[in-house]
Design a protein around this ligand. Sequence first.
Ligand code: FPP
Length: 231
Amino acid sequence: MTPVDRLHVAIIMDGNGRWALGRGLPRVAGHRAGAAAVRRVVEAAPDLGIHTLTLYAFSEDNWSRPPREVTALMKLLGRYLMEETERCVKNGVRLEAIGRRDRLPAPLVALLEQSERKTARCRRLHLRLALDYSSRRKILEAALRMGSTATEETFSEALGPDVDLLIRTSGEQRLSDFLLWECAYAEMVFTPRMWPTFTGEDLAQALDEFRHRDRRFGRVASEDSTARRTA
Ligand code: FPP
């Protein structure tokens, strides 16, 4: 079980486009504001007891967006890495990309690898950026690799840590091919807030809600001494 100070929080950062269009701005302005929200959340996470933070930055399905938007997103991601890597090192944030790399622009892959190298020893927060990511693909690849030797443990190890809390912004309530195996027992918090307006305070509130949930992992309710509250 996950001790309360080693939480894995995953976020589906949704609503950038709607936030921008609602202000008469191009969708890309929403992504720019979304990148600022990423900075806020990464800054706030370690002091809230979060040990691993996985952010859904670009799904395999996002390639079907207009080319201009895809290019802008790739540039934003590159800029984020250029501007934030040193701060990550200073703040003990280990950065890692999960997802395919072979279709990402080469300069972005180079920046990712450089950031991963520079932050490899950081231990305060493990920041995982899901880029060109599909959970179904990850599961399929692990299954093909392991074949009949797979166990629940080795499979979980190959995919990554179980998610304790999944947050999705913008009022949508679905997983969209994100961490399907890892979310088996995740608590979920859906907030109407659009991602560009999400703050460290919102993250703290979501965690507060999470800590008041009764996580039973399939067992019977509260009087059972094995039932666990997260706080
Ligand atoms: C979903 O909003 C958001 C994305 C597909 C991209 C997320 C990217 C960022 C937050 C910015 C860059 C990321 C980093 C890590 C620096 P949407 O565009 O689908 O919004 P909509 O549903 O309102 O159209």
